[in-house]
Design a protein around this ligand. Structure first.
Ligand code: PAF
Length: 280
């Protein structure tokens, strides 16, 4: 695996490969890699000829500086994992390579900016838009692979690609889960042993709530989650919403043939975890 820190080097190598007719798959990450990320590498390897991964903790998408400072960084372990997974090129830039000058662009993702993650993390998606546009324009892949744990992020990235008229296919990949059901996340490593145990309730409650939604309606599911979370002192609910799976608009009733997703953000101690499950 080639490990490079200049986008100009990546561009030069990929230009040669594209001339040979090779297709490029891209997996952007912020590092602290786990098997969820590796599954994205696997999808990319299955669907394209050359897989490029990036590791860059993007400061512009953190609205909380403490979160940025404490974001886990495990570069040596990441490189080993990627090598074993058969990743071809790793881009590990300094901030100055991604942002040679400050990026003042403002993206408009419409209502996606104002709901769920957009509402509780102001500026977050603008920062994601900035870095993802720079990375996509640098790597110019045929396909880019994103985890569907960040359900709203995938929608934002699709909107970004459309706005910038990039001919890149955005592939949304399934959530990988720990044996107890907790969605894999780099943030899980920051949980204490006790918090980690408590976190295993999240996927279980979400599935139970989904069952209630189907049997008794959306309000019953919401009440269930609110009650469960409020009984655990270490937990604080940021949001729990039931939405149309295509538009992410919050709904109160399920229409015939409507695809529905439930989404949660919850603090366990100081760590904010997100998850989502299809209801039907
Ligand atoms: O999902 C992430 O890890 C980040 O938001 C991304 C897409 C790599 C942009 O920094």
């Amino acid at each position: 695996m080639l490990v490079l820190n200049k986008i100009t080097e990546i561009k030069a190598i990929l230009a040669q490969e594209k001339l040979k007719g090779k297709t490029i798959g891209f997996v952007p990450t912020m590092g602290a890699l786990h098997q969820g990320h590796i599954s994205l590498i696997d999808y990319s390897k299955q669907q394209t000829d050359i897989t490029v991964c990036s590791i860059f903790v993007n400061p512009t998408q953190f609205n909380n500086q403490t979160d940025l400072v404490h974001y886990p960084r495990t570069p040596e372990a990441d490189i080993k994992l990627l090598e074993t997974a058969g990743c071809d090129i790793l881009y590990m830039p300094e901030i100055s390579d991604v942002y040679p000058e400050s990026d003042n662009r403002k993206f408009d993702f419409g209502y996606l900016d104002h709901i769920l993650e957009g509402a509780t993390r102001p500026g977050h998606f603008n920062g994601v838009g900035q870095v993802v546009s720079i990375l996509l324009e640098g790597v110019q892949p045929n396909k880019a692979f994103f985890g569907s744990k960040d359900y709203q992020q995938v929608m934002v990235v699709r909107s970004l690609v459309k706005q910038l008229s990039l001919s890149i296919e955005i592939v949304s990949c399934p959530i990988l889960r720990e044996p107890d059901g907790l969605a894999m996340s780099s943030r899980n490593t920051r949980l204490t042993a006790e918090e980690r145990q408590i976190s295993a309730h999240i996927p279980k409650w979400m599935q139970e709530a989904n069952q209630l939604i189907i049997e008794k309606g959306i309000e019953a599911g919401k009440q269930f989650i609110n009650e469960k979370v409020s009984k655990v002192p270490e937990m604080k609910l940021d949001y729990y919403e039931v939405c149309d799976a295509e538009t992410l608009e919050s709904i109160s009733d399920i229409k015939a043939n409507q695809k529905v997703v439930s989404l949660i953000a919850v603090f366990v101690g100081n760590i904010r975890l997100i998850d989502n499950w299809m209801v039907n």
